[in-house]
Design a protein around this ligand. Structure first.
Ligand SMILES: Cc1cc2nc3c(=O)[nH]c(=O)nc-3n(C[C@H](O)[C@H](O)[C@H](O)COP(=O)(O)OP(=O)(O)OC[C@H]3O[C@@H](n4cnc5c(N)ncnc54)[C@H](O)[C@@H]3O)c2cc1C
Length: 428
């Protein structure tokens, strides 16, 4: 046998071994996957509302409409840097609280002193519920929004700073009932919860809800923060993971402080990204829930799709006002017409601002259109759920691309979700 033939035989033997190992590995993953799917279909879909104990406070109480008075019963800081503060609130009338779906948010109307006029003015903002349902109180956890360093003279965030600095235990807040599309869906599939920064609030609510029901399905939690100074709910989440073997907690610090130790204070150095998920998660038909800052959403949501996760298995919410449409766009194929004006233009009159402007179809909503033209309008969730941008239509009609959660009264519209159908006059 020649040296070349010997080399050929050895190379073929190595290749055959690699092939056998790959086939065995694939077969093992595949059988685990098929077994899990079989178990899920045997279990069937579970109605979440029926799994929250009805004996717990107020779960079947009616949902209220409009704003209701709540008293702040506790105020607690949740991180070393005291940038995240939780507010425990109970209804002033002491009647029971309706249940909510873990992941949903409350809408607040706050009287905040306007830094320009120096006078109090109503400000509407949404804050996610940061506990599981079934308690005799609600809780929100608010991060102080500081002024951006690169915009000299910009004021700090109105509502978050007001809540941190001026709202005390015993104070009364006006609150709309829980709402929102981002919540734990029925089913028993293993879940992956991904939070960036203050996006941890709805994620924690979902985590607590699954544990309160005694569920044993796998729950993977990936939580990205800069370092220990803004690592909110640190002990609480560690305790939950320590007490439940089905909870796998992975905390990522992108910029650890000197003295913070990998493996002790945090599990990974860097951001929560697709490489980490691929490296960590065993093969299973997961449902993904993602809430974080714009950068995280814009990279992670499309990356999950590219990894092969079905769109129906990715649930997400972005807190930043500008994030929602852009994240949505990142998941859709590029749409060339968006940058082009439409063939027909319409007149939109903002009666209170005494402005008539030309709508050429470039803006995705009347809210964006108003803001782009310097018209001040209220807004909250920017996703048709909170009703903060509900505005009277004096003349004309609007259309919605998707039906909003919040139904505006007759003769009114939600600016964040609608476009003009013909010439329009709004009382704004
Ligand atoms: C569904 C939903 C759930 C949410 N849940 C939570 C939650 O659980 N916890 C939480 O903390 N937040 C949450 N948010 C975000 C929250 O609603 C507010 O957007 C956030 O608190 C900031 O509001 P603000 O009034 O303090 O800041 P804003 O007054 O709205 O200002 C926002 C930022 O802009 C800056 N700014 C203001 N004026 C200028 C200017 N002229 N130029 C440049 N920059 C400027 C401010 O300094 C601030 O940093 C949620 C949002 C949504 C939509």
């Amino acid at each position: 046998m020649s040296a070349f033939e010997l080399f050929l035989y050895i190379a073929l033997a190595i290749l055959a071994q690699i092939g056998i190992f790959a086939a065995i590995a694939f077969f093992r993953h595949w059988t685990a996957y098929v077994a899990l799917r079989g178990r899920l279909s045997e279990l069937g879909e579970v109605d979440l509302s029926s799994t929250v104990s009805p004996a717990k406070a107020g779960t079947d109480a009616p949902v209220w409409s409009g704003f209701r008075d709540f008293r702040v019963t506790r105020k607690v800081f949740e991180d070393d840097g005291r940038a995240v503060c939780s507010f425990y609130i109970k209804p002033v009338d002491d009647s029971p609280l309706p249940a909510f779906k873990p992941g949903q948010f409350l809408t607040f109307r706050l009287d905040v002193v306007d830094p320009v006029t120096g006078k109090p003015a109503p400000v509407i903002r949404c804050y996610s519920l940061s506990t599981g349902p079934g308690l005799d109180h609600y809780r929100i956890s608010v991060k102080r929004a500081t002024a951006p360093a690169d915009v000299p003279g910009a004021p700090p965030g109105l509502s978050s700073n007001h809540l941190h600095d001026n709202v005390r235990e015993g104070d009364i807040l006006a609150v709309r009932a829980p709402s929102g599309h981002f919540h734990l869906e029925p089913g028993n599939a293993p879940i992956v919860l991904i939070a960036g920064g203050i996006g941890v609030t709805p994620i924690l609510s979902i985590l607590e809800a699954t544990l309160a029901r005694g569920e044993t399905r796998a729950v993977w939690v990936f939580y990205g923060v800069r370092n220990g100074s803004d690592h909110a709910m640190k002990d609480h989440m560690q305790n939950l993971a320590g007490a439940h073997s089905n909870v796998h907690l992975h905390v990522c610090y992108s910029r650890p402080r000197p003295g913070e130790r990998l493996g002790n204070d945090y599990h990974h150095h860097g951001h929560v990204d697709i490489a980490l998920l691929r490296m960590t998660l065993p093969l299973a038909p997961y449902q993904f829930y993602v809430c974080g800052p714009r950068g995280m959403m814009e990279s992670l949501i499309p990356a999950l799709g590219e990894w092969g996760v079905a769109e129906s298995a990715i649930h997400y919410e972005a807190f930043g006002p500008a994030s929602l449409p852009q994240v949505g766009a990142a998941r859709r194929p590029p749409a060339p017409p968006t940058a082009e004006p439409s063939a027909t233009t319409l007149n939109v009159t903002f009666a209170l601002s005494e402005k008539t402007l030309t709508w050429d179809g470039r803006d995705s909503s009347l809210l964006e259109f108003a803001e782009a033209n310097g018209i001040r309008v209220d807004s909250g969730c920017r996703a048709g759920a909170c009703g903060a941008c509900e505005t009277e239509i004096e003349d004309g009609e609007v259309v919605y691309d998707n039906p909003p959660d919040h139904h505006p009264q007759s003769g009114r519209c939600l600016l964040c979700m609608s476009r003009p159908a013909r010439d329009l006059t709004l009382r704004a």
